[in-house]
Ligand binder design. Structure first.
Ligand code: ADP
Ligand code: MG
Length: 760
């Protein structure tokens, strides 16, 4: 037979006699005709010509993505069924649940009077025999006949010298399906199925193909790489051979494992390969970005650094200092920094951004800070103006509420270099021409999917980028989706923050809550009330909301509309307080005015949509009600909660749930109640929503994953990433010997994504 490497144990059934023999149970063989058994089976043989598959079956199998023989090799099992531990008579214990597998060696039905019967049988395996009995169920005698193999489970009792199961559960072991497993203790692959194709069909079809063809696939991973990977993976505690198995062995190991160790090694190799290919693509892309793009080298001397740090009216956290150092090093290089700074709300990201911007200005370049909303842009502008009041730094603001003349003037000054720091909304800053832009900071970017690289160009020089996000990205996602971005994290909270208390509440809490709000206001605090919807009047047009509320939500007139809530509170439970209204559809100067009133303490209560989610900083606001809490994502709830943990007073967040939401959502809210750490919440969200639902999983680096699971295979991902990075550092084009196939696999899978570097 063509493949001398077929594993020894099976050579005789398949390698020796060829496919015909192992397919001999299938009647459909005739149509392939004699004489073509050895010569015609190749990796590319269309499946309808494979033994046991005719045109009808082939059509069904195509639904599983199977077109040619090779596809069977890559039809990865969903999971595996492990053989049950052999039950031995000697291990049985009185009253302890047990499963026993054996063959019926004796069976007897005794009928006494009509309607009264006793069926008893002896089930035997190599460890001994047990007795099973059924009273008044004569039909058992028809199923449990002599020589039938059964799996019985129940709690045995010792009856005399023999163990006895009374009315056990039992399962007849089908010859074709489980016999192999029971006889040989084999691990069985469970394949994805499609209509008209049974698990046993797939197992039967796959086996000879794998035995025959697995050895014919070319090896993509050279041995030294498989050794290196195994060594690194073993350091994480995995049990593996000295090298990851080669491809043929791995495919046999995943489809037809002979042991758990065999399966584990095979799976590890296949997962590793998939992730390595992805990480090589990402590393190559990162490499090409750094080698093709030029950015100003902005050195930050110790003097400059100290001068900047002196401006902050507090001690920096350790994390802030660490990240500032990293950023300073990035900006000193001649290619653009591309860094994502993530940190929980209130972790002090803005301070880090200000540091970076001042480094750019000190180096003679401009810096821009882009905010997602006008409110936030103005807030940043105010903070910076205050902090830099006595300096020579010239700050400009570019946002929608400027008059046309103001805007023209600002744009002209940006172009001529008369402004050093430009704060604005993303919509306006993109597209503006700068004099010399050294750094571009993008605040509160939490749509990770969108990679909006900027058109800011200045004679081939790109700015450095710093993107800030308060939506923590699970590490697995960060390493794939963001594989070409460097990631920094602020975990430490600035000192002196009040605690936050979170409550989940039903309707009955409302009155008590408004009383609580009145008390806090009487003490001088302020409160937020967040509603998920603007209200029927402006529903459709509100883009802020269309992201956040499921479009299928009925537009019922209910408490979750911000207008209805505002009216109700203003005229009802909070009528003695100064209540303001804020939502995304208001004119921007109107929004601005309301925000300022609230920030200055002229309003006690702000009824709002999630416009306040991003970044608003009013330390005196310590109380928040979130209405319709089950309509928000965990990340969003966490963002909202961040609004009331900014000052020295303890914060209180009450999440009201409308209706009886599905339990899954309740679980999310429970997690929210109990977890303050944004990273833990992100992981929980990822877990609860399932992998299919998360951005990174779906489009990791651009291609769909077939066998790796980013969550489960975190350690392998980490190792693949390190190896890819090391490799590309040494050999950027993957030109060393033996890598040709691996390289072409990278290009085949990710080629389209490799040249995304610029504004695509
Ligand atoms: P983020 O953007 O990460 O949510 P900010 O940068 O807006 O957080 O910081 C939140 C608040 O904490 C601001 O009022 C800021 O001045 C303050 N702050 C930042 N860093 C510190 C620090 N190290 N010590 C004390 N307060 C800080
Ligand atoms: Mg912020």
């Amino acid at each position: 037979m063509s493949d001398p490497r077929t594993t020894e144990s099976r050579t005789n059934e398949s390698g020796g006699a060829g496919l015909d023999s192992s397919g001999s149970g299938n009647a459909g063989l005739g149509n392939t005709g004699p004489g073509n058994s050895e010569s015609t089976l190749t990796l590319t043989t269309p499946i309808q010509y494979l033994p046991g598959i005719g045109p009808a079956r082939a059509a069904k199998l195509r639904k599983l993505g199977l077109r040619i023989a090779r596809d069977f090799l890559f039809l990865f099992p969903r999971n595996h069924t492990f053989p049950p531990p052999p039950t031995r008579v000697a291990d049985l214990q009185e009253g302890e649940p047990a499963t026993f597998i054996g063959t019926i060696t004796d069976a007897e039905l005794i009928s006494r009077t009509p309607g009264k019967s006793l069926f008893a049988a002896i089930v035997e395996n190599e460890s001994g025999a047990v007795r099973i009995v059924f009273f008044n169920q004569p039909f058992r005698a028809e199923q449990l006949t002599f020589d039938t193999r059964v799996r019985i489970s129940g709690s045995p009792k010792l009856a005399g010298l023999r163990w006895e199961f009374t009315h056990p559960n039992y399962e007849i072991i089908q010859e074709d399906e489980l016999q192999e497993q029971d006889d040989g203790g084999l691990i069985l692959a469970n394949y994805p199925l499609t209509e008209g194709i049974k698990q046993s069909d797939l197992r039967r079809l796959a086996r000879p193909l794998i035995e025959e063809l697995a050895g014919q696939l070319p090896e993509v991973l050279p041995e030294r790489l498989r050794r290196d990977a195994a060594e690194r993976l073993k350091r994480t505690g995995m049990e593996l051979p000295d090298a990851l198995p080669e491809i043929g062995e791995s495919l046999r190991g995943i489809h037809l494992p002979e042991s758990e160790a065999d399966l584990r090694a095979a799976q590890t190799r296949l997962v590793f390969q998939e992730l390595l290919v992805m990480q090589l693509a990402l590393a190559m892309r990162r490499r090409s970005l750094t080698s093709e793009l030029r950015a100003p080298s902005l050195e930050c001397s110790a003097t400059v650094r100290n001068r900047i740090l002196r401006r902050f009216p507090f001690d920096l956290t350790g994390d802030q200092r660490r990240v500032m150092d990293v950023i300073a090093a990035d900006m000193a290089r001649q290619y653009p920094m591309n860094r994502l700074l993530q940190g929980d709300v209130g972790s002090g990201k803005t301070v880090v951004a200000i540091f970076a911007m001042l480094v750019a200005v000190a180096g003679g370049y401009q810096a821009t800070l882009m905010a997602p909303t006008e409110v936030l842009a103005r807030q940043h502008h105010a903070t910076l103006t205050k902090m830099l009041a006595d300096s020579r730094v010239r700050i400009g603001l570019l946002c929608g509420s400027l008059t046309a003349a103001e805007r023209r003037d600002t744009i002209a000054k940006i172009k001529s270099g008369e402004l050093d720091l430009i704060i604005g909304t993303q919509a306006l800053v993109y597209g503006v021409q700068f004099h010399q832009l050294g750094l571009c900071v993008i605040d509160e970017q939490h749509k990770f999917g969108v990679k909006q690289r900027v058109t800011l160009r200045d004679g081939g020089i790109d700015p450095h980028y710093l993107v800030m996000s308060a939506t923590p990205i699970p590490r697995s996602v960060a390493m794939t989706q963001f594989g070409d971005v460097d990631l920094s994290t602020l975990r430490e909270k600035p000192a002196g923050r009040g605690a936050v208390h979170t409550y989940l509440a039903g309707d009955s809490w409302r009155d008590r809550w408004w009383t609580f709000v009145r008390q806090r206001v009487a003490e001088g605090r302020q409160a937020f009330v967040v509603a998920p919807r603007v209200g029927p009047e402006v529903e459709a047009a509100d883009e802020e909301l269309s992201e956040l509320v499921d479009a299928t939500e009925p537009p019922a007139e209910d408490i979750t509309s911000v207008h209805a809530t505002y009216e109700k509170l203003r005229t009802g439970p909070l009528k003695d307080l100064r209540v303001g209204l804020l939502h995304g559809r208001m004119a921007s100067d109107e929004k601005q005015r309301v925000m300022e009133l609230f920030a200055e303490g002229e309003l006690d209560v702000l009824v709002s949509t999630t416009v306040i989610e991003v970044g608003i900083d009013v330390p005196n606001a310590t109380v928040m009600a979130i209405l319709g809490g089950n309509r928000f994502g965990l990340a969003q709830l966490h963002q909202l909660r961040g609004r009331v943990s900014r000052g020295k007073h303890a914060g209180h967040v009450c999440v009201f749930v409308d209706g009886d939401g599905p339990p899954e959502e309740d679980e999310r809210l429970k997690v929210f109640e109990q977890t303050l750490d944004g990273f833990e919440l992100a992981e929980a969200d990822y877990r609860l929503r399932g992998p299919g639902d998360v951005l990174g999983q779906r489009q990791s680096g651009g291609a769909k994953l077939r066998i790796a699971d980013l969550h489960r295979d975190m350690e392998i991902l980490q190792v693949a990433r390190e190896m890819a990075q090391d490799w590309i550092d040494r050999d950027p084009e993957m030109e060393s010997e033996g890598l040709e196939l691996l390289k072409s696999q990278v290009l085949r899978r990710y080629g389209n994504h490799l040249d995304l570097g610029d504004g695509a």
